[in-house]
Design a protein around this ligand. Structure first.
Ligand code: GLU
Length: 408
């Protein structure tokens, strides 16, 4: 099932039956609170006007303000945003932070826009969203193709609309503009903490494990950095246009990143490495594969070619339902997105908290707090998996639904 919204609803229903959830709570979780679609006209550099479509879905605010990223991508549509908003509610409950779930985005290929156009698009989108976002209402953040600079534009524009500076309206801001230390590394680092905890439970050693990563954006990059530091052998990394495979393992991720920035691609960055495409990366003979790019990376088309025994889902929704079933049958351990990549939003919470309470945490403090959060999430998911005899994805859903429906 490659429709992400149908897939998410199905998983929710199965989890709701396990608990079991009363029909009111089930309906509440299956129906997002609010669905917003806006038109965003902007003047392009060539003088022409183009109208883009923007979305924000606020799924649930039982635990606190709506929270979730904004993505800029040509495939963004309402079904995807609805699914991703729901996943945010679940994710935030799994890491136990006082936020609800939301998601948004614009259907646009940002690579085709100039910086001026991108800024205007963001500012116009912010003006359209202004009535429904806010520090105590709904707090967006970066996601695919959005970054701290875009968050800065949102703060500036939102502050103009409401007449006062409101740093806490978004997270993932630049550090000198109300951002938190450690937010940039957070998603990758969170995935690393989750994997470390699970590898320990499996009585395995990092130095005996090989890893292949699909995606070298913010998430793939920092995950690779922390994995290599801990002794894992990261043998392949790919990005949109291609990648590299070197069975001896990549020694220096920082160097690789610098080379990629300089040349605009990974290809040719390590002497002797084989060029490899993003699809091939997931089919390599390694212990762990990490889809860290877009959704629907593992489907019925390629699932049978997967040789790894562990899948660490760092992207949101990288595995289709059918492929997920096949992986389970093949006894592949899937560490689900709602656990694996929750480090980003966990540190978003720390950032929001620092803004609201006018505090400043050091990077060391943020990393420590993140480690504690991620490890206790892993333990809670494992405990739920044991109690209900389900896989880690179902366990994450069950855990989240229980937390969302428990009486205060
Ligand atoms: N976009 C990230 C996610 O999907 C972070 C969201 C946030 O920090 O609000 O988890």
């Amino acid at each position: 099932m490659s429709n992400p919204w149908k897939r998410t609803k199905l998983k929710l229903k199965i989890a709701a039956n396990k608990i079991p959830l009363d029909s009111f709570s089930e309906s509440k979780i299956l129906n997002p609170d609010r669905i917003i679609e806006v038109s965003i006209p902007i003047k392009l550099d060539n003088g022409k006007v183009k109208v883009f479509k923007g979305y924000r879905v606020q799924h649930d605010n039982t635990k606190g303000p709506y929270k979730g990223g904004l993505r800029y991508h040509q495939h963004v549509d309402m079904t995807e945003v609805k699914a991703l908003a729901t996943l945010m509610t679940i994710k935030n409950a799994v890491v136990d932070i006082p936020f609800g779930g939301a998601k948004g985005g614009i259907c646009v290929d940002p690579k085709k826009l100039s910086v001026t156009e991108l800024e205007e698009l963001t500012r116009e989108f912010t003006r359209k969203l202004a009535p429904i976002i806010g520090p105590k209402l709904d707090v967006p953040a970066p996601d695919v193709n959005t970054n701290p600079n875009i968050m800065r534009w949102i703060v500036e524009e939102y502050s103009k609309v409401v007449g006062k500076k409101e740093l806490a309206v978004v997270t993932g801001k630049p550090i000198d503009f109300g951002g938190s230390e450690g937010r940039t590394e957070a998603t990758g680092l969170g995935g690393y903490y989750v994997l470390q905890e699970i590898v320990k439970k499996l009585y395995k050693k990092p130095e005996n494990l090989t890893v292949a990563i699909q995606g070298f954006g913010n998430v793939g990059l920092y995950l690779a950095v922390f994995l290599v530091k801990a002794g894992y052998k990261v043998v392949a990394i790919s990005e949109e246009h291609g990648g590299i495979y070197i069975p001896e393992g990549i020694k220096d991720i920082d160097d690789l990143f610098k080379c990629k920035e300089k040349n605009g691609k990974l290809k040719g960055c390590i002497e002797g490495a084989k060029n490899i495409g993003p699809a091939e990366v997931l089919e390599l003979p390694v212990d762990i594969i990490v889809p860290a790019a877009l959704g629907n990376a593992i489907t019925t088309e390629n699932v049978n070619k997967i040789k790894a025994k562990i899948v660490l889902e760092m992207a949101n929704g990288p595995t289709t339902s059918k492929a997920d079933e096949i992986l389970t049958k093949k006894e592949v351990l899937v560490i689900p997105d709602i656990l694996a990549n929750a480090g980003g939003v966990a540190v978003s919470y720390f950032e929001w908290y620092q803004n609201v309470h006018k505090e400043k945490m050091t990077k060391k403090e943020v990393f420590k707090k993140l480690e504690v959060k991620m490890k206790s999430a892993v333990d809670a998911v494992y405990e739920t998996a044991d109690t209900y005899d389900v896989d880690l994805r179902q366990a994450s859903y069950v855990l989240a639904l229980k937390r969302l429906t428990e009486k205060a």
